[in-house]
Design a protein around this ligand. Structure first.
Ligand SMILES: [Fe+2]
Ligand SMILES: [Fe+2]
Length: 302
């Protein structure tokens, strides 16, 4: 928290997040947007990403790691337990940072709510609850943790590819926060791998297969934005702000939900270069075909 210059003004004429990670950029419609419209879309997309980080970290990861720590206190290796405690502390801090960033970005909304673009359905809430209740049985959560935490590192890396921007540079505060976040996430991705080994070691085959199915289904919702997804909500909010876009709303939503077949989007945003560790681990595990298929760009290394 002390490393962040909170007094620094946000540069609203700049991007808040690299365009390349925003879905609409990968559709023909992005070209039709004016600079102002692109900035609105981009700023909303950045706030939505902050919400997603907060949700994942505060509603799932800290709680499920906490549950595992409480239950397996005696069984866990001392170093691993210590790393898990550190993980929880860091994620609490991250949630605080991203919430504060959103309050600065759009005070009218985030002074009174933590989530605006992200509207988790009942099924997501129930799944999270079940995972927190049975972290051993529903051990597939750790694959999700691994992929999504590795994704946060990939996002922060994209801030360095300045040449690709069609609008302007990225805002300094956003860039710094994502960089600092990724520094901790590098450690979390290592921890995830230890927890993965811990939970999968000795687990019966049927349980592994059951979890593979669950993981594949959850991951697919990330690689294929659904009609009621956060990414579509971001687009709809942009249309609300710029009514000129109303005439293309339907087609733009269809383009976003059709990104599963967009090779450039998939390989850049959900591909091997973005998630090298996740993909490498998938290469080495048997019977994970369904999970691999959730990443359209996945191809086994020869
Ligand atoms: Fe985090
Ligand atoms: Fe993390």
């Amino acid at each position: 928290m002390e490393d962040i210059p909170w007094e620094q003004q946000l540069e609203t004429g700049k991007l808040f997040i690299p365009e390349i990670v925003t879905p609409l950029k990968h559709t023909p419609f992005y070209e039709r947007l004016t600079v102002e419209e692109r900035l609105t879309y981009n700023h909303y997309a950045a706030m939505a990403v902050s919400e997603q980080f907060c949700y994942l970290e505060s509603e799932l990861l800290t709680k499920v790691i906490g549950a595992l720590l409480r239950r397996d206190k005696k069984k866990l290796d001392g170093d691993l337990a210590l790393a898990m405690e550190g993980f929880i502390e860091e994620e609490f801090l991250h949630t605080e940072v991203f919430r504060r960033l959103n309050r600065i970005s759009w005070p009218e909304i985030y002074e009174s709510a933590d989530y605006y673009f992200l509207r988790p359905g009942v099924a997501t809430g129930i799944t999270n609850w079940l995972v927190r209740r049975w972290p051993h049985f529903l051990m597939g959560w750790v694959w999700m943790a691994l992929a999504l935490e590795e994704k946060t590192i990939a996002i922060s890396r994209e801030y360095e590819n300045k040449a690709e921007s069609t609008v302007a540079d990225t805002d300094g505060l956003y860039r710094l926060i994502h960089r600092l976040h990724a520094r901790d996430e590098v450690r979390h991705v290592q921890l995830d791998q230890h927890v993965l080994r811990y939970l999968y070691k000795g687990a019966p085959e049927w349980r592994k297969r059951f979890n593979t199915r669950l993981v594949a289904r959850s991951l697919r919702s990330f690689t294929t934005p659904r009609l009621k997804s956060t990414r579509v909500n971001v687009l709809r909010e942009t249309v609300k702000r710029h009514s000129r876009l109303k005439r293309w709303e339907h087609e733009m939503v269809a383009a976003i939900t059709g990104l599963y077949t967009n090779d450039v989007y998939q390989s850049r945003v959900w591909g091997r270069s973005a998630l090298p560790i996740t993909f490498r681990l998938l290469d080495g595990v048997k019977d994970m075909d369904e999970v691999c298929a959730a990443f359209p760009s996945y191809k086994e290394m020869e």
